[in-house]
Design a protein around this ligand. Structure first.
Ligand SMILES: Nc1ncnc2c1ncn2[C@@H]1O[C@H](COP(=O)(O)OP(=O)(O)O)[C@@H](O)[C@H]1O
Ligand SMILES: [Mg+2]
Length: 385
């Protein structure tokens, strides 16, 4: 029952019209003026058989054809085959219901049959639209498949790297006392091996995390961001104390999100704010939230902006976008890191239908803004599959 999709060929149209005069007029108009190959049908059974045996590009069906049975029978294929309903009933409610179900057009007949004039164009448009929709769906599926394959690859590779890494770490520990009599140089080399192993472990774990975030949010719940921030600050207590930072935590609201990912997001941003501090200034970190309307964010623009601001080393404004690329680090020398934290943050924001960006100036601090929708449009995200 699928359209032939051949470009350039005359569209093949099946016409299911109850009124014989209307049917004749329709067929004549479609073939003579519309350049279509049109064929009439007399019953639902015959129409369905025709559609099964012949690759039609579109169907024009009277709403009441065969007591409404044909339209009911076609409901399952509205999204695969362009169906145009013609009817005497000027009923806006019914029209929008059918359009929602996937019918291409709901055409109300007029006694002078002026509606016939526009039909060939309507058919062409419907066929084109259906082709584009199909191509788009296929591309989305392809992207989804290749994303999944990539994520699976990253997850497997990083998972498999963990066990040889553990061996290196363990061997390093055992080597320590054995190398003692061999002097400073040997100790130094061992320290280098151990530091590299630690760095690699952090990298592997972060790549694993990044690949796990995926493009969709797993379980959703009402998340009290204030509570999550409290937990983050508790877990960063050692860093806060060490840096002597003054942290101003504003009140945050509850919104729909994945709790684990929300935690990961705030942990990275607040962790960075503490980490990329200036040695010559008392560290100040401020976290604040406010309701905003953001048309770029899913969820009808009703959104919430969280800002994490610091007075640290900052960065050149032209690098603001690049910070979110995996492995990109500006302050390589300043402290250890993997360069993946902000990439994870971006994935988390986007998987929630939100966005994230950074502002900064060298030596003047940085601000990271995340805007998340208040509620998640689940059905929109999963309709791709
Ligand atoms: N608050 C900040 N102030 C200045 N630079 C920052 C800040 N947060 C992140 N950056 C810069 O962005 C880079 C990437 O950050 P991130 O992805 O968290 O990786 P990591 O912290 O492991 O280096 C950091 O290396 C740093 O150069
Ligand atoms: Mg970081």
């Amino acid at each position: 029952m699928s359209a032939n999709g051949s470009s350039g060929a005359a569209p093949r149209v099946l016409v299911a019209e109850t009124d014989s005069m209307d049917r004749l007029a329709l067929l004549k108009s479609l073939t003579e003026r519309g350049g279509c190959v049109a064929r009439g049908t007399a019953s639902t059974v015959e129409a369905l058989r025709e559609l099964k045996d012949t690759p039609y590009d579109a169907v024009i069906a009277d709403l009441d054809f065969d007591g409404g049975r044909l339209i009911t029978a076609l409901e399952g294929v509205f999204r695969e085959l362009p169906v145009i309903i013609v009817t005497d009933r000027d009923d806006g409610g019914a029209a929008s219901r059918f359009i929602k179900k996937g019918v291409c057009e709901y055409v109300v007949k007029d006694v002078e049959r002026r509606y016939l004039l526009g039909l060939p164009h309507t058919i062409q448009q419907a066929i084109l639209q259906m082709k584009m929709d199909r191509a788009l769906r296929e591309t989305m599926r392809e992207i989804e498949r290749s994303n999944q394959a990539l994520e699976q690859f990253a997850a497997t590779a990083s998972h498999d790297l963990q066990s040889p890494l553990s061996n290196i770490e363990m061997a390093g520990e055992l080597l320590g006392p054995l190398l003692e009599p061999m002097g400073e140089k040997a100790q130094h080399l061992l320290t280098l091996i151990q530091r590299s192993a630690r760095k690699m472990r952090a990298l592997v774990q972060n790549i694993l995390k990044l690949s796990h975030v995926g493009t969709r949010v797993p379980a959703l719940e009402d998340v009290d961001l204030g509570e999550v921030l409290g937990e983050v600050l508790g877990d960063l207590e050692a860093q806060v104390r060490q840096s002597g930072a003054r942290v101003h935590a504003g009140a945050l609201i509850t919104l729909q999100a994945n709790r684990t990912l929300a935690y990961e997001l705030l942990l990275n941003l607040v962790g960075n704010a503490l980490k990329y501090s200036r040695p010559d200034a008392a560290v100040e970190v401020a976290i604040a939230g406010e309701a905003v309307s953001d048309p770029e964010v899913d969820g009808l623009g009703q959104a919430y902006a969280i800002t994490v601001r610091d007075n640290g080393i900052g960065f050149a404004p032209e690098l603001a976008r690049r910070l979110f690329e995996p492995f990109f680090r500006v302050h390589e020398k300043h402290c250890e890191g993997t360069g993946i934290g902000l990439a994870i943050c971006q994935r988390i924001a986007e998987a929630h239908g939100g966005r994230i960006w950074a502002e900064g100036r060298p030596g003047e601090g940085a601000a990271f803004h995340v805007v998340l929708p208040l509620r998640q449009r689940r059905e929109v995200k999963s309709s791709v599959a």
